[in-house]
Design a protein around this ligand. Structure first.
Ligand code: PHE
Length: 338
């Protein structure tokens, strides 16, 4: 019987080596441990053994049983972890594969120009402030010394809303709002949208302006010129020349427009500049005393200057596109070029 037990143990261990699946392991278990299993049979036969043999063989049988149980358990664990490993392998994500690149957007050409303009003025110490696009006639016109019969109020230029509201036709109303809310000295620029009833190769109904306002004691017109010349040099390059022409704005006195030498022909004269060699880029002037009064500043105490420019127009001097309306058609083939 001892030999039989040892043979069973050896055979079982040998068979375990070939087991590859949980099912095969289970049938093997039944083959040895089942109700009619090989080991079970031997155990059952113990009754016939002599009194002397029984404890010896019994002990051996228990040892064999324990060691086989361990061996089965070990095989079971090994099969399970192998199964687990294969499952993980099958479900694995290859993180070394190159991913799909997100499509990066970039700033609209008009915004690129606006950011450059802002950068130049903020570097000179101007603060960026904003104001509402829906304005009242008071801020857009009256407070800016623009009386009701002024041609700028013509229905053809202004988008009127209800209740005396309108879409601001320029960014100058923010001058008044700033004076009302802070004491001088003031050194600000106002980037943002303005609206006019206008639509042709050089006008869109919505466009961007940068307004500027500087107020302090003893501010002079030559300081206005200095700031604007420095600005234009930084934006258009050192070789660019500027000139100031007298002009009229209701809210500045005296007023001027600033021209730069044409960026296409460099001053020779071409179609872009109407053969004059010059291109107008902004309006400016010394703040009118009436405007100071409307903003509750004392014109006896302070002086100042203001300027305003159209961003699309300046962008177009850089990018030279034949029709500025294409800026707002949202055609990616066009926008991607900038
Ligand atoms: N607001 C004027 C315009 O839109 C520009 C301007 C601003 C002129 C400030 C003088 C001073 O044309």
């Amino acid at each position: 019987m001892k030999a039989e037990l040892e043979a069973i143990q050896a055979a079982a261990l040998e068979a375990l080596k070939d087991v590859e699946t949980a099912d095969a392991l289970e049938s093997l278990r039944i083959e040895y441990f089942g109700r009619r299993g090989k080991l079970t049979d031997v155990m059952k036969g113990m009754g016939q053994l002599s009194k002397e043999e029984r404890p010896v063989i019994g002990k051996l049988a228990n040892e064999v049983r324990a060691s086989l149980t361990d061996a089965f358990e070990a095989t079971k664990n090994a099969l399970e972890s192998e199964h687990q490993e294969q499952k993980l392998k099958a479900e694995a994500i290859d993180i070394t594969l190159p991913g799909r690149k997100p499509a990066y957007g970039k700033a609209h050409p008009v915004m690129q120009t606006l950011e450059r303009i802002e950068a130049i003025f903020t570097q000179m110490g101007f603060q960026v402030v904003t104001g509402p696009e829906v304005e009242t006639e008071h801020y857009n016109f009256d407070a800016l010394n623009t009386p009701p019969d002024h041609p700028a109020r013509d229905l053809h230029d202004t988008f009127y809303l209800t209740d005396g509201h309108l879409l601001r036709t320029h960014n100058s109303p923010v001058q008044i709002r700033v004076m009302e809310s802070q004491k001088p000295p003031v050194r600000i620029i106002v980037p943002g949208k303005a609206y006019r009833v206008d639509y042709d190769v050089s006008h869109t109904p919505m466009f961007h302006q940068v307004e500027g306002l500087l107020v302090d004691r003893h501010v002079t017109f030559s300081e206005l010129k200095g700031v604007l010349v420095s600005f234009a040099r930084q934006l258009f390059g050192d070789q660019t020349q500027m000139r100031f022409r007298p002009h009229f704005f209701p809210f500045t006195e005296p007023s001027a427009e600033m021209d730069i030498t044409c960026t296409v022909c460099r001053g020779e004269g071409c179609r872009s500049c109407g053969h004059t060699g010059w291109i107008e880029i902004l309006g400016a002037g010394a703040v009118d005393p009436e405007v100071f009064r409307a903003g509750n500043y004392d014109p006896e105490e302070v002086t100042g200057f203001a300027f305003g420019m159209g961003v699309e127009r300046i962008a177009n001097l850089q990018f030279r596109i034949p029709d500025i309306r294409t800026f707002y058609e949202n055609d990616l083939r066009f926008l991607k070029q900038f």
